[in-house]
Design a protein around this ligand. Structure first.
Ligand code: HEM
Length: 642
């Protein structure tokens, strides 16, 4: 049964924080260019909590904040060019400062009680019992010992409801530290922003944690696909699916990324000729849908050109998954509602169309596999259809058709919105940094010339890669990782019980002033171009763009190359600027961070270099600096689980 969460829109607040920081440095924190918006949805009565039929509460996974400070953005709320702040901005800053002051004054702080055992110990010592006897008695009684208690913040709806989701969590983190409990009525969540604790949960003791609430929300669409699955189902499916993304496959995919991006270039070319502005977020969503359809089950959605029924159905299903995760009342769980609600009927029909299409694709692929004479081996790949589905069927994957469909659907969703969001926020960040764009174009011009990118280029496009690395630091997709403890455990110095719902805030980790210099600044140069590709291992879990441990993303290399190819081909050919009169760029989150009103940009053709790419086939090996940790990580998974 799916649980659900309250939907929160936040009020206009600047992300220019000045927090009296009790635990960390007294450095002021400025998250430039992001400003939460005003509205609060119908579910505003409840922040961070809504009970479900199973009695769960889930923090809001929705936030709204806007930045709108792109160079050509007409956003009225930005500072005037002369540094004069708008009334709106001043009001926002005032409100933000007030909230920060209230947090700092301890309004949200739950007084730390001594643990029961420590109170008991004090009393027993008071009546004169020797310390050793007291220790023995406490141990015998199964006392928890003298552990410190996790710092606790108590939710106050009136104070926080007008805030964007990440922002109060970020501010609370600055006040309470790398792990704290956030309590709302009877329910509480552990918010983790400490790299060592994140590493413990994700890698060192990963077997003690499940996907918890996430699995329940996604059940209707992903079933027991790889993302929500836990336990034995996950173990078996992971071992089956990971080998499908072998090196030869990834190399083949680079050709696919280039062709799909070329289709997008043609569209942009037309817009540039017509002088029409373009909404880049939806274009990126279509680009990555076209790519993932071919890559996973050899289906050409062709969504950049057509709005066919199946494309609409995929989006209906995706939006429903996101809406359910932020909806106050799980109406879809009322049996009759499915039949009478037009919206639910549409969702059911869309789900049926997508499932039928997937079943059909599986059937077609089975026939192809039966007919072909290729021997299956480690790097098996059918040149005409290199898809993951083809690999799985050829491998003799002994799995129910429902499970196969769940896995395909999971990869469709996992590999679509995430990559689109990375590209969207990269282009947004670039719109504010012409210096970075120039450097990027210089590299792309010299490395690519007029060719389609190849695998050899992946290790030469070093600065391009750093731009993506840095974009994923500032806008991690998803911004939080969800887990539930399956047994009692120790998180740092704190004991926790089985059944705790945990949010690892990747947003906080990636923007922590404790971990990064100028944490809020977009600085691709922070990653040396001749250094290793940053990942959770070499950054010791302060950087988690693809998660970490056994549940790390299986598509990390795929997605890295996909975004590099798209970025390189687009900036080679065009200049992008925020469109004049574009709506402010505001954040809202479902599974990933979206904009609320799109990313409207003006596209102009670059005058140089030659812009018509020619296709070159490549046979070269994957850049070892990128694939090494990836391969070892996946190897580790097999070992750890076998
Ligand atoms: C830039 C794009 C992407 C980003 C940022 C991303 C991010 C992530 C993250 C953070 C996780 C870990 C979730 C957790 O621990 O709870 C994850 C898992 C996963 N990702 Fe990705 N991903 C991307 C692209 C892809 C692609 C292209 C595919 C498929 C081809 C994919 C398939 C998966 C799957 C199947 C899992 C679940 C793995 C498991 O639980 O064993 N992802 N992804």
């Amino acid at each position: 049964m799916a649980s659900h969460v309250a939907f929160l829109h936040a009020s206009p607040l600047p992300l220019s924080l000045s927090i009296p920081n009790q635990r960390f440095s007294s450095k002021q924190l400025h998250i430039n260019g992001i400003k939460p918006i005003t509205t609060f949805s119908s579910s505003s009565w409840c922040f961070f909590s809504l009970s479900t039929q199973r009695g769960y509460c889930l923090p809001v996974i929705a936030c709204s904040s806007s930045n709108g400070s792109g160079p050509n953005n007409n956003n009225t709320s930005k500072d005037g060019g002369d540094g004069v702040k708008s009334v709106e901005k001043l009001l926002e800053e005032k409100r933000r400062a007030e909230l920060s002051a209230r947090i700092a004054s301890g309004e949200f702080t739950v007084k730390q009680q001594s643990g029961l055992s420590s109170m008991l110990k004090k009393s027993l010592l008071k009546v004169g019992l020797p310390n050793e006897v007291v220790e023995f008695l406490l141990g015998w009684a199964g006392g928890e010992g003298d552990y410190p208690e996790i710092p606790e913040a108590k939710g106050s709806i009136s104070a926080i409801r007008s805030e964007a989701f990440f922002i109060p969590l970020y501010e609370l983190y600055l006040t309470y530290g790398g792990i704290f409990r956030l309590s709302f009525g009877p329910k509480s969540f552990l918010i983790v922003s400490d790299p060592a604790i994140a590493k413990h949960i994700l890698r060192e003791n990963s077997k003690a944690y499940s996907k918890g609430i996430l699995a329940e929300i996604l059940e209707f669409v992903m079933g027991t696909g790889l993302i929500p699955a836990d336990g034995e189902v996950w173990r078996v499916r992971r071992r089956t699916i990971v080998p499908a993304l072998h090196q030869k496959y990834v190399v083949a995919m680079i050709g696919l990324f280039g062709q799909a991006t070329d289709r997008l270039c043609k569209k942009l070319d037309a817009a540039a000729s017509d002088g029409e502005d373009v909404e880049m977020e939806s274009l990126f969503s279509r680009l990555t849908l076209d790519i993932i359809g071919k890559a996973v089950f050899n289906y050409d959605f062709d969504s950049l050109t057509n709005d066919t029924g199946i494309v609409e159905a995929v989006y209906t299903v995706l939006r429903e998954a996101e809406d359910r995760s932020v909806s106050p009342i799980p109406v879809w769980e009322i049996p009759i509602w499915k039949d009478i609600s037009p919206r639910q009927r549409k969702v059911s029909a869309a789900l049926k169309l997508v499932n039928d299409t997937l079943n059909e694709l599986v059937a077609i692929c089975k026939r192809l596999v039966d007919e072909e004479e290729l021997q299956f081996h480690e790097e098996y790949m059918n040149e005409q259809d290199p898809s993951i589905l083809h690999f799985l069927l050829a491998s003799g994957d002994d799995v129910s058709s429902k499970q196969l469909r769940d896995d395909l659907m999971t990869m469709l969703i996992a590999g679509h919105e995430t990559s689109a969001a990375v590209l969207t926020w990269t282009f947004y960040l670039l719109s504010k940094e012409p210096r970075v764009v120039s450097k990027l174009q210089e590299e792309v011009d010299s490395v690519l010339g007029d060719r389609f990118p190849t695998i050899e280029d992946m290790k030469k496009l070093r600065y391009t890669t750093r731009v993506i690395n840095e974009s994923m630091r500032l806008y991690p997709q998803p911004p939080v990782l969800i887990r539930r403890s399956l047994e009692n455990d120790m998180l740092g110095k704190y004991p926790i019980k089985r059944g705790e719902d945990i949010f690892i805030s990747v947003w906080n980790l990636h923007r922590s002033p404790n971990q990064w210099d100028d944490a809020d600044k977009f600085q691709p140069e922070r990653w040396p171009v001749d250094g290793p590709n940053p990942n959770e291992t070499n950054q010791n879990f302060k950087y988690l763009p693809f998660g970490g441990g056994p549940r790390k993303c299986v598509g990390d290399l795929f997605a890295t190359y996909e975004t590099i190819v798209a970025l390189a081909m687009l900036v080679r050919r065009f200049n992008f600027q925020m469109a004049v009169g574009a709506p402010p760029v505001e954040m809202t989150t479902g599974a990933t961070i979206h904009t609320t009103q799109g990313l409207k940009m003006t596209v102009t053709r670059r005058t140089q270099p030659p812009i018509v790419p020619s296709l070159q086939m490549s046979t070269m090996e994957i850049d070892p600096s990128m694939s090494k940790e990836d391969t070892s990580q996946k190897g580790e998974v097999y070992q750890a689980q076998s």
